[in-house]
Write a protein that binds this ligand. Structure first.
Ligand code: SF4
Length: 318
């Protein structure tokens, strides 16, 4: 018999609005009878991709895989301008799901280029948002971990901007570092507020519980940051990609209150599945017997209407 008596899901979890909107746009186009594709996977989540596929929405790696006249959805991360030009040349209907926050970043970058700044972009190499941003500022210096920063040259006028999901502390540290590298420094704080709120709510839950389960892609920067923050406040954290990774009842040994949180690409329904699994594997006899109800209650406490984070129900094409 396990020891877990309570399970809490962090508030304001589930898809961020950028991811949710891109998925909703794909579903609406499909429901409108359009042959709909997404350029790259909208999120790296098997359940979401399988759901979209079941409704006829395929993800493609290249625009060349889309038939002329069909619809292609640009995901929340955005793309380089060349990709949009190529889609127009190919006669595709572009449904732009680029997150409004990312669009704002792209505009800011263009302004920095026009104003002649030497630009430093804090971001993860090859991350789709970063690839898209570099399309607007091909000469920007991309840096990630602290050991990279030494490659930042000394210049008179420099500007710093960041990928939306980078940790705020890292951005602030880099800004401080760059103060010593130039005479004029322009700092554009483009860390996404959703990411910051997610961290605050995760920390609030982590402080209450004995163990946190963090759900999200193993390479997702914002998910890794949530795990790190839980550990900083002294709460043990287990990071998983999906409920399938939770198999060992020993993981919950001694824990009475378990918290669940997820990255910005993790649907809130996945958190409910994880909460249920925690109850089944690690719960007391009573909690294990009521696992589904307990998980549902945890979700209901976290997901109020104004925090709606699930995407629309997919509608089959007419
Ligand atoms: S994390 Fe923020 S910037 Fe990125 S897609 Fe989500 S809402 Fe947009």
């Amino acid at each position: 018999m396990g020891s877990v008596e309570r399970i809490s899901i962090a508030k304001r979890t589930g898809f961020c609005y950028g991811v949710r909107e891109a998925i909703d746009k794909a579903k609406l186009a499909n429901a409108d009878g359009k042959s709909t594709h997404t350029l790259g996977q909208v999120v790296h989540n098997e359940g979401v991709i399988a759901d979209l596929r079941q409704h006829g929405i395929e993800s493609v790696d290249s625009l060349d895989d889309v038939a002329t006249g069909a619809a292609v959805v640009i995901r929340a991360h955005g793309v380089k301008p060349e990709v949009l030009n190529r889609a127009a040349e190919r006669g595709l209907e572009v449904i732009d799901g680029t997150c409004t926050w990312v669009v704002q970043e792209q505009r800011e970058l263009q302004r920095l280029v026009a104003d002649g700044y030497e630009i430093v972009l804090l971001g993860t190499p090859h991350h789709p948002e970063v690839v898209g941003l570099l399309g607007f500022a091909p000469d920007a210096i991309l840096v990630d971990e602290e050991e990279d920063w030494i490659k930042i040259p000394r210049r008179k006028r420099m500007a710093l901007i960041t990928q939306s999901t980078q940790p705020p502390w890292k951005f602030e540290k880099l800004a401080a570092f760059m103060v010593g590298r130039c005479h004029e420094l322009k700092v554009l704080n483009t860390v996404c507020p959703v990411t910051i709120r997610r961290q605050e709510d995760t920390l609030e839950t982590a402080r209450l519980v004995d163990l946190m389960i963090v759900v999200g892609g193993s390479r997702s920067a914002n998910t890794k940051e949530l795990t790190r923050l839980c550990e900083i406040v002294g709460t043990r954290a287990i990071q998983i990609e999906s409920v399938r990774d939770l198999n060992d009842p020993a993981a919950f040994a001694g824990a009475t209150h378990v918290g669940v949180t997820g990255g910005t690409s993790t649907p809130i329904e996945d958190l409910e599945r994880v909460a249920r699994r925690v109850a089944e594997l690690g719960g007391t006899a009573d909690v294990a017997a009521r696992a589904a109800a307990i998980a549902h209650e945890a979700l209901a406490a976290a997901a109020t209407p104004q925090y709606r984070t699930s995407s629309l129900e997919a509608t089959p094409a007419r």
